[in-house]
Design a binder for this molecule. Structure first.
Ligand SMILES: Nc1nc2c(ncn2[C@@H]2O[C@H](COP(=O)(O)OP(=O)(O)OP(=O)(O)O)[C@@H](O)[C@H]2O)c(=O)[nH]1
Length: 300
């Protein structure tokens, strides 16, 4: 990452760390985040994610999110409700770090693995490599892991070794989208208003489209300007298919209008400022060549 030219576009994305208790998730998170551990402010309660840490290296900002049920040693049994919450979080992140102990894979690991959404990039982190004495035996084990899930990467490491952790960040980097950072470089504890805006729009989007819209849809903030007590925000809802675009827009633009209007009201309340919100819908497959933006209207 240090080799990136200075003018490379910024990258920023959400990373979830999952795994059964005691595999070393907390150790890994602390090492990945370094000094910069962030605890989310109360302000963020309306949003979908609790941020557990942020790390900015070169042009890339890694935002680590909490995954309920995986963070504590005495985590509750993975009941159905919890599983759904976990799956909701995992659908939204850009990449999942699935942590196991190198050379081991048990029923508890399998239960967690079963929760990974298909198609979501997942990196197998085989932790506690330092405790493995016969490294050669890891080769067939890794092959076995390859058969269990279509992992994007296989990274045997020790969360306690700084060089290993740095290498993991390098491996994760390309999985984060090119988009402006959600946080200031030095932001430690608070969510940026920019991120809050994207999360709130996302929340309204999913609430108002019900189960129809796939979780793969995302919200990108294109513009966030402050003019005194006014915030000018432009955001794009990115969907997977043309049919989804129709769902988001609704009959005569009614649904998009409502998403925008509800998000705007809540943002004004949270930010204590007047908000001017423009919403657009784009189909991901046409991201590069389809410049047709659909603008919602009427709620400025
Ligand atoms: N040898 C070795 N031990 C490690 C490594 N990473 C973590 N551990 C140890 O593994 C134990 C569990 O680590 P945690 O980070 O608490 O694991 P966790 O997955 O967050 O556990 P829960 O909070 O129960 O979900 C601790 O005793 C760590 O010191 C590693 O790379 N090598």
């Amino acid at each position: 990452m240090t080799d990136e030219p200075e003018d490379s576009p910024q990258r920023c994305g959400l990373v979830a760390i999952v795994g059964r208790p005691n595999v070393g998730k907390s150790t890994l998170l602390n090492a990945l985040v370094g000094q910069k551990v962030s605890i989310t402010s109360a302000k963020a309660q309306t949003t979908r994610h609790r941020i557990t840490g942020i790390r900015t290296v070169g042009v890339t900002q890694f935002v680590f999110v909490d995954t309920p049920g995986f963070q504590t040693r005495h985590s509750a049994a993975l009941n159905r409700t919890l599983n759904r919450t976990v799956q909701g979080v995992l659908f939204d992140v850009d990449v999942v770090l699935f942590v196991v102990e190198a050379g081991r894979f048990g029923l508890d690991d399998a239960k967690v693995l079963a929760l990974l959404p298909p198609g979501k990039p997942a990196i197998l982190v085989a932790n506690k490599l330092d405790a493995v004495h016969r490294r050669a035996e890891l080769v067939p084990w890794l092959k076995g892991m390859q058969d269990r899930h279509a992992f994007a990467e296989f990274v045997p490491l020790s969360a306690k070794k700084e060089a290993d952790v740095k290498r993991l960040l390098d491996i994760v980097q390309p999985y984060l989208p090119e988009q402006p950072w959600f946080y200031e470089e030095d932001a430690l504890t608070d969510r940026s208003d920019r991120f809050l805006a994207s999360e709130l729009i996302r929340e309204k989007l999913f609430r108002l489209t019900g189960d129809e819209l796939p979780y793969a849809s995302t919200v990108v903030i294109d513009k966030f300007e402050e003019e005194g007590n006014l915030r000018r925000i432009a955001a794009t809802i990115v969907v997977e298919r043309d049919a989804h675009k129709g769902m988001v827009i609704g009959h005569e633009g009614e649904r998009l209008k409502r998403i925008g209007s509800e998000a705007r009201q809540e943002l004004e309340h949270l930010m204590g400022a007047k908000v001017f919100l423009e919403l657009w819908v784009k189909v991901r497959s046409g991201w590069a060549d389809n410049e047709e933006h659909l603008r919602s209207y009427g709620y400025e």
